[in-house]
Design a protein. Sequence first.
Lengths: 545, 40
Amino acid sequence: MTTPERWTSRLGLVLAMAGNAVGLGNFLRFPAQAAQNGGGAFLIPYLISFVLMGIPLMWVEWAIGRHGGRFGHHSAPGMFDRLGRGRGLKYVGVFGLFTSLGVAAYYCYIESWTLAYVWHSLAGTFRETDPGAFYPRYLGQTADSMFALPGEALFFFVVTLVLNAYILSRGVARGIELAAKILMPMLILFAVVLGIRGLSLEVGDPGVVQSPLVGLNFVWEPQLSGLWDPSTWLRAAGQVFFTLSLGMGTIHCYASYVRESEDIALSSSAAGWTNEFVEVVLGGAILIPIATAYLGLEQVQSATAGGSGFSLAFLTLPTLFNNWGWFAPLAGAMWFGLLFFAGITSSLAMGQPILAFLADELGIRRERGAAIFGAAVFGLGFLCVWLYPGGAFDEFDFWTGTFSLVVFALAEAVIFAFVFGIDRGWEEITRGADLEVPRLFRFVLKWVTPAFLVVVFASSLVKPAAGAWREALAGLAAGRGWPFAPDSVVGKILHSGEASTAWWDADGLPTRILVQDATRALLLLVFAGFAALVWLAWRRRGRQK
Amino acid sequence: MTLAAWIMLVSTWAVIVFFTARFLWKVVAPRRRRDGHGKG
C-alpha cells in the first residue's frame, strides 16, 4: 500500500490554500467592485460577509475535507458520502468535480492570456502595437463571426495546460506545495513593487495627467448611501464568496491531506486573511491608481462601470507602462506575471480534486490522472476558444463559475449543519485547533451562514434588471410583473433581453442562442458524466466488498 | 484623497494587516504540544 500524500509543512499548506483563493479577481474584480459600489462603504458589507459567511464556510469546507481524508477520500463525492447515511449525498459531491473541471476549462484559457502577455511585454510588442488592437486579434475575434481558431492563443493555452498537468503529476508536496512556496511570495513581491511605483507617480511625470491618489480615492471614498442598496450587500457577499474559492470542492480537497488531529481553524483563518491582504491591500492599490494617473478619473470610471477591471488590465495597462522607460517591459512582465501566478495557483487547486477522484475512486495513477485532466480541460476549453465570440466562454463562466458554486455551497452548509449535525461539525472544526474559535460561531454556522447563502442563491435566481430591487418590487406590487436581469438564473434560462430566441437566423446560420443552448446541454452532459462515474465507482466498490 | 477615504483605507488596512500577520505568525511560530481536543 502506498503512503498517503500529505503536506510537508503548515506554511506550505497555508500558502497553497491562499494560492487557491488568490486569483485574477483579487486584482481585476475587487477594486472595480469596490469603486462602483460605494467605495470605502463597500468594505463594510464586504467584511461583514467575510466574517459571517466567508470564514464559517471555509471552516465547513476544511472540516468536511479533513473528515473525508480520514477515510481515504480526497474529492467531494467520497467526502459527502461520509457525512451521513443518505445514498444521494455522494451525488451532491459531484458539484465539487463539475465545478472544478468546468471553471478550469475557461480559467486556464484566461491564465494562458496572462502568460502570453508576459512574453509580449518582455518582447516589447506593446511598444509598437496598441493592446486595444492586439487583444481581439489574439483571440481571433472578427466582426461578424461566432467562431475563432487563434493559433497563438491555442499555443499558449496548451503550454499553460502542460505546465498545470506537470505540476499536478508531481503530487501534493513536490508539485502543488512547492509551486505555492515559490509563486506566492513572488506574487506578493511583484504586487508591492508595482503598487509602490504606481502610487509614487506625480503630475508632471511623463504622461501623468492626475495623481494616482485620485484613483485610490475613487476606490476608498465612502458613499454611505450605497449601504441602503440591497445590491451593494449582494455584490459584497458575492465578491467574498468568489474570492475565497468557496463552493468549488478545491478547499475540501486540499484539506483532506491534513492529518486527522492537525489544526484546521488557524490554518484556514491564516489562508483566508492572506487572501484578504492580497485582495484589499495589494489589489486595490495597483490597477485603478495607475490607470487614473495616466487616463484620468473619468475614463477609469467608465472602464470599470461593469464592475470589472478586465479591460483596463489587458487593453490599457500595457500601453501605460510604456511611460516607465527601461522599466516598462519588466513592469508589464511583473503585472501579467503576478496575474499568471494568481491564476496557476488556483487552477492547480481545480485539477487536484479531479486527480484525487480518479485515483481514490477509480484507481487511476496520478501521472495518468494529470494527463486526463489536461486533456479534459483542453477539450472543454477548446470550445471556449473556438466559440468565444459566440458566447460559450460566458456560459461556462456563469453556469460553472457562478451558479454551480452557490448551489454547492448552500447544499454543503445545510448538510454540514443538519445532516452531519452541528455537534459533530463543531467538534470536527475545533479538534486540534490552535485558535480559540468563539462559540458564537456555532450559532453562525447553523443558522446565519445558511441563511446568508439562501439570500445569495435566491437573489441570483431572480435578480431584477439593473439590480433595481425597490423598483422591481414596486412594479410587481402594481401588477407589472418581474423584470428578470439577463444575468439572473431565470433570465439566462429565458434568454431575457434577447430580441429573438431562434437557433438559426434568416440565412440559416447559427445564432448566439444556439451556441448558448448547446453549451448548456454540454455542461449538463459533463455533470451527468461525473454522476455516472460516481455511480460506477460505488458499484465497483460494493462488489469488491 | 479626502479625509473619509483615508480613514476607511487606514482602518481597513490596519484590520487586515493585523489579522493576517497574527495568524501567519501563529502558523510559523513553534507550537506547544497539546493533547486532546481543541479549545472550542
